[in-house]
Design a protein around this ligand. Structure first.
Ligand code: DHK
Length: 150
């Protein structure tokens, strides 16, 4: 009997509020790619790296907390997380990142440090393994390259 193909390590790509609006939302800040476009680019790059990606989006803080908590049990070897505005406010997401052993890489399309003062604090970044920000859709691809090395 032929052997089943070996499964590839999975990387979760979790996206928070308003990232479902990419492509329409403030394109001068966030670019013109939609989240589906970014998911497609990530799938192509993941294949080259021998990985699989599972891209999800929710406008609800608790969904992000649940996905982080379950990442390990669902086989994720790393998590890329763009928590959107929850980046700057969510103690719950900060705590969830600290509660799991799977490495979480913070991702942003824009560079929050070049923007309004309320974006200069990142509760996600204070718990994450590292941060990639400011490169548009490329931030996600660079973060995936980093995840492949972990
Ligand atoms: C996305 C958001 O929705 C903002 O709330 C963050 C981040 C920045 C980004 O650049 O991807 O402040």
């Amino acid at each position: 009997m032929p052997e089943a193909p070996a499964s590839r390590p999975i990387v979760f790509v979790l996206n928070g509020p308003n990232l479902n609006m990419l492509g329409l939302r403030e394109p001068e800040i966030y670019g013109s790619d939609t989240l589906d476009d970014i998911a497609g680019m990530l799938e192509d790059r993941a294949r080259e790296l021998g990985l699989d990606v599972d891209t999800r989006q929710s406008n609800h803080e608790g969904h992000l907390v649940d996905w982080i908590q379950h990442a390990n049990a669902e086989g994720a070897k790393a998590v890329l997380l763009n928590a959107g505005a929850y980046t700057h406010t969510s103690v719950a997401i900060h705590d969830a990142i600290k509660a799991v052993t799977v490495p979480v890489i913070e991702v942003h399309l824009s560079n929050p440090h070049r923007r309004e003062a309320f974006r200069h604090v990142s509760l996600v970044g204070q718990a994450a393994k590292g941060t990639v920000a400011g490169f548009g859709a490329l931030s996600y691809l660079l973060a995936l390259d980093a995840a492949a090395k972990l």
